[in-house]
Write a protein that binds this ligand. Structure first.
Ligand code: SF4
Ligand code: SF4
Length: 306
C-alpha cells in the first residue's frame, strides 16, 4: 500500500441521491477493517455528515475572505480601481470615493494591488467556517458556507489546504480519506474530484438521475479520473434491471446498487451509520448491498494499486 492516504471522492450530479449516506458508510466500513479514516464534508452549503454520525459541530474556525476597505484620507478619487474591477464590485461616481459592493467582489485583490495612492486596505470578512471532530471512531473535517455568502469554492479550498497540510506533515496519519461533495457539476465539486484517486458518483434510477450521472461522469473524465457509479434506491419503481442495463449500454461502470430498505432510514434516524459495528440493522438488503459495494471498491483499489 502507498504511504500517502488513498482518496475516494463520493459525488453525484443530482441532489438527494444519497451521496452522504454512501460517503459515511464507506468511511465506516474502512474504519471497521481497522483503517485510519478521515471523512471530509465538502458539501459546504448543506453539510450533514455529522448528523448521520450522531455528532455535533466542534472546533469551529472562521474562513476569512479579502474585502477592500477604502482609506478616504489617502484616496484621490481617481477611479482606477473601479475601472479595472472586472465584476464591477466598486461603484465610482466622479469626485467621490469608490464604494465596494461586497456580494459581487471576487476577492481578487487587484484593486488593492493597483491603487496608486495605497488607499485600499486589505480587510477581511468571514464567509464560512470549518469544523473538525471525531465521531464513532471517524475523524471528520467539515466546511460550512455562511448563509447569504456565495463563495462556496473558497470554503472548499480551505478544506483542501487543510488536507494538503495533513498529507505533507503527517502522510501516514490516515489510510483512507473519503470526500463528500456538493451535488452538481460545478467548481466546488471539480476541486474535490481533482484531489481524488477514485471517484464514486451516486445516482438513482430515474431519467433525471441518469442524465445527471452522465453529466457528472463527463466532468470526471475531463479531469482524467476513473469512476464507478452506485445506484441508490435501485428498487424504486421496479426499474432496477432496466436502469442498470441502460448504464451498461452507455459504458458506465458500476460499483453496485442499494435497494430501498427501511433499515437505512432507521439507522439514519438513530444517528448510527448502517454499517457501523454497533448498528442494530445488520440483516437487511441495504446492509448486504453495502458489503458488496465495499468489496467491489476494495477490489478496484487493489487493481489500481498493484
Ligand atoms: S484607485 Fe485608489 S485612489 Fe483611486 S479611487 Fe481607487 S482607492 Fe481611490
Ligand atoms: S478585490 Fe477584485 S473583485 Fe473585489 S473589488 Fe477589488 S478588484 Fe474588484
Amino acid at each position: 500500500m502507498s504511504k500517502k492516504p488513498i482518496i475516494i471522492c463520493v459525488t453525484g450530479g443530482k441532489g438527494g441521491t444519497g451521496k452522504t449516506l454512501v460517503a459515511v458508510n464507506l468511511a465506516t466500513m474502512f474504519k471497521n477493517i481497522g483503517k485510519k479514516v478521515l471523512l471530509i464534508d465538502g458539501d459546504v452549503e448543506n453539510p450533514n455528515t455529522y448528523l448521520l454520525l450522531g455528532g455535533e459541530l466542534e472546533n469551529k474556525e472562521s474562513v476569512p475572505f479579502f474585502k477592500p476597505e477604502i482609506i478616504e484620507e489617502k484616496c484621490t478619487k481617481c477611479g482606477l480601481c473601479a475601472e479595472n474591477c472586472a465584476p464591477h464590485a466598486l461603484l465610482h461616481i466622479k469626485d467621490s470615493y469608490p464604494i465596494p459592493i461586497l456580494p459581487v467582489c471576487s476577492g481578487c485583490k487587484l484593486c488593492y494591488k493597483i491603487c496608486p495612492a495605497e488607499a485600499i486596505k486589505a480587510g477581511q470578512k468571514t464567509i464560512g467556517w470549518t469544523y473538525s471532530t471525531i465521531k464513532n471512531g471517524l475523524s471528520l473535517l467539515i466546511g460550512e458556507l455562511k448563509p447569504s455568502e456565495a463563495r462556496s469554492a473558497a470554503v472548499v479550498e480551505v478544506l483542501l489546504e487543510k488536507l494538503d497540510e495533513i498529507i505533507k506533515t503527517e502522510p501516514t496519519k490516515y489510510d483512507y480519506i473519503v470526500l463528500d461533495t456538493a451535488p452538481g457539476a460545478h467548481c466546488d465539486v471539480e476541486l474535490l474530484i481533482n484531489k481524488a484517486d477514485f471517484v464514486v458518483p451516486v445516482t438513482e434510477p430515474t431519467r433525471f438521475g441518469k442524465l445527471d450521472l452522465i453529466r457528472i461522469i463527463e466532468l470526471i473524465e475531463l479531469i482524467n479520473k476513473d469512476s464507478r457509479a452506485i445506484v441508490n434506491r435501485s428498487s424504486l419503481l421496479g426499474y432496477r434491471n432496466q436502469f442498470l442495463k441502460e448504464l451498461e449500454e452507455k459504458n458506465i461502470k458500476i460499483l453496485g446498487d442499494i435497494p430501498l430498505d427501511d433499515d437505512i432510514v432507521n439507522s439514519y434516524c438513530q444517528g448510527i451509520p448502517l454499517m457501523d459495528e454497533n448498528s442494530e440493522f445488520k440483516s437487511g438488503e441495504g446492509y448486504k448491498a453495502f458489503q458488496e459495494i465495499f468489496n467491489n471498491l476494495i477490489e478496484w483499489i487493489d487493481t489500481n494499486n498493484t
